[in-house]
Design a protein around this ligand. Structure first.
Ligand code: NAD
Length: 253
C-alpha cells in the first residue's frame, strides 16, 4: 500500500495561471479535490474571487503574467505562504482573432507571444530554482493542437503554441535528470471564455470544426483539467517532454 502523499497530490503546492476561467479554473477545482494546496492566479481579480475555496484552501493572487513585477510578487507570495512550489501549471493564454500574417500587427504578435510564450518562460525561470533545490518539481504547459497543425488559431497564436511546445521539450531535456518533469497538454476545441462567443453561432467555423472531429463534439474544460492533473501526479513520472493530445481526434486525420 502506497501512502496517498507519495502517489497523489495531497499537500503539494500547485500554482495555476489563467485560473479565473475555463481550463485553468477547472484545474483549480480538480487540484483542490486532490488535496493540493493551490495558488490560483489570473489578471482577472473578479473571476478569481468567485473560485470556490478562494481565501480558504485556495490562495488567490491577482497578477498579470506579462508583468515582471507581478511574476516576482506572485512567486514570492506563493513561497511565503506555502514554503515552496511543487507544480507549476502554465495555463494563461490568449487567442489572436485568427488573424492571418498580413492582418497581424506587430503589436498583436508581441501581445500574443508575451502571454503564450514569454510569460511561461519568465514564470518557469522564477519557479525552477526552488524546484531544483528540492530535487523535485513538475511543470505542465497548456499548449494546443495549434502546437502541431495550422488552423487552430491565426499566425501569432499558432507560432506561439509551436514555440511553447518547443520550450516544453527543451526544458524536459535540460532538467529531467534533476528531478523536474515537464509536459504539455494539447487541447482541441474546448468551450471556455476564449471560444464561447464563436461557439454560440451555429454556423460558425468553430462549430463546423467541432463537429468534424472523430468525437463529433467540442470538449469541456474539465476534460483538459483531468489530463493536466494526471501530468502533475507521480503516476505520470515516466512522461517527459510529452505532448498529450486531448482533442476529440482532431489531429489524427
Ligand atoms: P479562457 O479565456 O477561459 O482562460 C484564459 C485565462 O487566462 C483568463 O482567465 C485570462 O484572464 C487569463 N489571462 C490571459 N492573459 C493573462 C495575463 N497576461 N496574465 C494573467 N492571466 C491572463 O481560455 P481557456 O480556453 O481556458 O485557455 C486556457 C489555455 O488553453 C490557453 O493557453 C489557451 O491557449 C489554451 N487552449 C484553449 C483551447 C480552447 O479551445 N479553449 C484550445 C487549445 C488551447
Amino acid at each position: 500500500c502506497v501512502p496517498d502523499g507519495e502517489r497523489g497530490l495531497r499537500g503539494r503546492v500547485v500554482l495555476v495561471t489563467g485560473a479565473a476561467s475555463g481550463i485553468g479554473r477547472a484545474q483549480v477545482l480538480r487540484f483542490l479535490e486532490e488535496g493540493a494546496r493551490v495558488v490560483a492566479t489570473d489578471r482577472d481579480a473578479g473571476g478569481l474571487a468567485t473560485l470556490p475555496g478562494a481565501g480558504d484552501g485556495c490562495l488567490t493572487v491577482a497578477a498579470d503574467v506579462t508583468w515582471r513585477e507581478d511574476v516576482a510578487r506572485l512567486v514570492g507570495t506563493a513561497v511565503e505562504s506555502h514554503g515552496r512550489i511543487d507544480v507549476l501549471s502554465n495555463t494563461a493564454g490568449i487567442l489572436d482573432g485568427f488573424a492571418r500574417s498580413l492582418d497581424t500587427s506587430e503589436e498583436l504578435w508581441e501581445r500574443v507571444f508575451a502571454v503564450n510564450v514569454t510569460a511561461v518562460f519568465r514564470l518557469t525561470n522564477a519557479v525552477l530554482p526552488g524546484m531544483l533545490a528540492q530535487g523535485r518539481g513538475t511543470v505542465v504547459n497548456v499548449a494546443s493542437v495549434a502546437s502541431f497543425v495550422a488552423g487552430g488559431g491565426g499566425a501569432a497564436y499558432t507560432a506561439s503554441k509551436h514555440a511553447l511546445l518547443g520550450y516544453t521539450r527543451q526544458l524536459a531535456s535540460d532538467y529531467g535528470r534533476r528531478g523536474i518533469k515537464v509536459n504539455a497538454v494539447c487541447p482541441g476545441l474546448v468551450e471556455t471564455g476564449m471560444t464561447r462567443e464563436r461557439l454560440a453561432e451555429p454556423e460558425s467555423r468553430f462549430m463546423k470544426a467541432a463537429t468534424a472531429v472523430p468525437s463529433g463534439r467540442y470538449g469541456q474544460p474539465d476534460e483538459i483539467a483531468a489530463v493536466a492533473v494526471f501530468l502533475a501526479k507521480p503516476d505520470s513520472d515516466f512522461m517527459q517532454g510529452a505532448a498529450v493530445m486531448v482533442d476529440g481526434g482532431l489531429t489524427i486525420r
